[in-house]
Design a protein around this ligand. Structure first.
Ligand code: ADP
Length: 453
């Protein structure tokens, strides 16, 4: 219906202000007015055509003229681009009042005119802010009084006046005024309530927007600080390697050149120096590797069975030496950083081999299960276990629960694991029973395309 669309757009252009961002009550008032003006012309014909015919047949041609003039005037309000929206609204109300008075004058006080009085109170309350609705109650009362006076003094215009008595006028008028007041008061209350709700929502949205802005700023600064820290760790560990290499080569030179000449404590100190240098080298390399996680390589579809197999081959000597039993359940194909994932499995498996009581043969099980939109992997062992109070601490860099004399290590392994899992936007956690064993779990979310597959 192209013509309807054209008509609608034309009227909207004239009779509607640009919609505001917040759809408050004034937005809906304007929208209602716009819809009324949109439909009043086509629908008004339903009242106008029979009205005109009946007026002419019934010998009241003036009413037909008034009806037609009102329709023309409403068409003028709708199509003329000149008056402002508020003026248009007032003009429409004036038109309907004129029609209402005309109907009362020509068809009698009991005719359709009175219905228009109530309808006008409702309409004005809906399209204008308070107290406009109460103004219509005053105007309606005035009209009723005017007609009452005219009845009383016998100056009520046409022939229909014969049916009237002042008593019936009082009864009808008081009902009309009561209905108008009740409608205006109820609608006013409803609109006020709605406005309060909208205001509150707007306030909440404003607060939310402000809070999310603050949060966004904080996230940006946290991100920047993280990058700065990573860069610092990378540069520091990179730069520390050079003097360390010098210390290391000097201590081996010292050992080579003067080893024979040194005696007693001298030899022991030299050995400590070599051990400490070696340990520092391991720590610095570890830190450098830690800062590099996720910097190289790209995620791709990889078979976890193959990854674990390669890891086990890489540590085969250790497995054989300790007599470790390893069960690997079928593992899935996942979208991941394969090199980093191998490192993750290796750290968990070597820890499971390492942290057992001396007389126990390590038993390890590697499994995976699908949990909605993610895969959850587990590496469980029969090792020494971990007390619940250390469940979080063990994933912090350089945190260890045992002296090196008991279990060798740098305290970097699980921090690596955490960073690798976070690189995949997953989580890592441990469940354990001290003395019986531990199970390390980590989740890897599936990407969209993985879900489709
Ligand atoms: P490292 O192995 O170099 O000590 P990790 O970061 O890998 O460092 O581990 C941190 C600590 O967590 C370990 O010192 C150990 O106390 C505890 N831990 C890690 N894995 C296990 C395990 N499988 N069983 C018991 N304790 C463990």
């Amino acid at each position: 219906m192209k013509w309807w669309e054209k008509y609608r757009l034309r009227l909207e252009k004239n009779n509607w202000e640009k919609p505001t961002e917040v759809r408050d009550i004034s937005y809906w008032r304007n929208r209602l007015y716009n819809n009324v003006i949109l439909y009043i012309l086509p629908l008004g014909l339903i009242a106008w055509i029979p009205g005109v015919i009946m007026s002419v047949v019934g010998g009241i041609p003036m009413l037909a003229v008034l009806d037609s003039l009102i329709v023309l005037f409403i068409a003028f309000i709708a199509f003329s681009p000149v008056p402002a929206l508020r003026v248009r609204k007032v003009l429409l109300v004036v038109c309907i009042y004129l029609l209402c008075i005309g109907l009362m004058a020509f068809l009698g006080y009991f005719g359709p005119g009175r219905m228009y009085l109530v309808a006008l109170s409702v309409f004005v309350t809906l399209i204008f802010p308070a107290p406009a609705g109460y103004w219509t109650v005053a105007i309606n009362t005035f009209i009723c009084l005017l007609f009452g006076i005219m009845i009383h003094f016998g100056i009520y215009p046409p022939a229909v006046v014969l049916d009237y008595t002042i008593g019936s006028w009082i009864a009808v008028s008081s009902n009309v005024i009561f209905l108008c007041t009740a409608c205006v008061a109820a609608l006013d209350l409803l609109i006020k309530g709605l406005q309060t709700t909208i205001d509150k929502e707007e306030l909440l949205q404003k607060q939310l927007r402000e809070e999310s802005k603050v949060l966004e700023k904080m996230l940006v600064s946290v991100d920047a600080k993280n990058k700065e820290l990573e860069q610092f760790a990378h540069i520091a560990s990179h730069d520390l390697q050079e003097p360390l290499r010098t210390v290391s080569s000097l201590s081996s030179l010292l050992e080579k050149e003067y080893g024979e000449k040194l005696q007693g404590d001298g030899k022991t100190y030299l050995r400590y120096l070599a051990i400490s240098t070696e340990r520092m080298r391991a720590l610095i390399t570890g830190l450098l590797d830690y800062s590099r996680i996720g910097k190289e390589g790209k995620p791709e579809q990889a078979d976890c069975n193959k990854i674990v197999k390669q890891v086990l081959m890489g540590i085969a000597v250790r497995i054989n030496e300790t007599g470790t039993h390893i069960i690997v359940d079928p593992l899935p194909m996942i979208y991941c950083f394969p090199v980093e994932l191998a490192q993750l499995f290796q750290n968990l498996i070597t820890n499971a081999i390492k942290f057992v009581k001396p007389d126990i043969i390590p038993e390890i099980r590697i499994s995976a299960r699908e949990e909605g939109k993610q895969w959850v992997f587990s590496v469980s062992d029969n090792g020494i276990g971990i007390e619940p109070r250390f469940y979080e601490k063990i994933f912090v860099i350089f945190q260890r629960l045992h002296p090196r004399s008991e279990y060798e290590g740098t305290g970097l392994g699980l921090a690596y694991c955490k960073k690798i899992v976070e690189l995949h936007e997953g989580k890592i956690w441990v469940e354990s029973e001290p003395g019986k064993g531990s199970a390390f779990y980590f989740s890897i979310p599936k990407p969209e395309k993985d879900e489709k597959a």
